[in-house]
Design a protein around this ligand. Sequence first.
Ligand code: INI
Length: 221
Amino acid sequence: MKVGDGGVDDSRVDATGMRVSIVVARFNEIVSQRLLSGAMDALIRHGAAEKDISVHWVPGSFELPFVAQEVAVSGAADAIVCLGAVIRGETTHYDLVADGAARGVARVSLEHRVPCGFGVLTTETLEQAMERAGGKHGNKGADAALAAVEVARLARQIRGRRGERPVRPGQPRTDREGGSGRGTRDHAGDPWQPHREGGSLALHRGGGDVAAQPADQLRQR
Ligand code: INI
């Protein structure tokens, strides 16, 4: 079954065991709060545990990429969902904010190899935004959350098939790019370095230290 009228196929999404960070803009909060509710509901309906969902509020959509980047670098999330509402006013600010958010989020996703769902509405009016935040055009927050999880699952399959190890942002991606990844130095305590575990090499991505609002407190907002 499809969610909304977009390309997200509800039946393909399994959020079980996924750590998801939602970054949400406070600007036009009446809309973004609904996008957030839609995203949370969709993730939980698809098996995500509430404890694995964190929520980071930012002032406006322009700030979404920076905080998404902090989350990505921390290694705390398998998928990131960016939510906001950019509603056209009478100035060109709209275009700058919308463009900055879209390009910035795409860049974070590609550079840090963490799927980022883009649930930022860009509309002419508040009414159009509300229609896409749980109204007659569905909830784009839910769509963005499920898209990010679907892609995170796919990435996991592809990486698993290639036997590829996770990459710490800013580190060489392949052996040819520099460093073998099987360090001879003592990397004790570095969760990104391979270590012996039951006779085979293992590599853990540690949780991040980015301050997040736990999802179970969110409902009280
Ligand atoms: N931020 C939004 O999320 N939506 C908007 O519609 C919007 N408008 O129209 O100005 C908006 N502006 C704020 C912007 O995102 C930044 O927070 C601000 O420029 C400070 O950096």
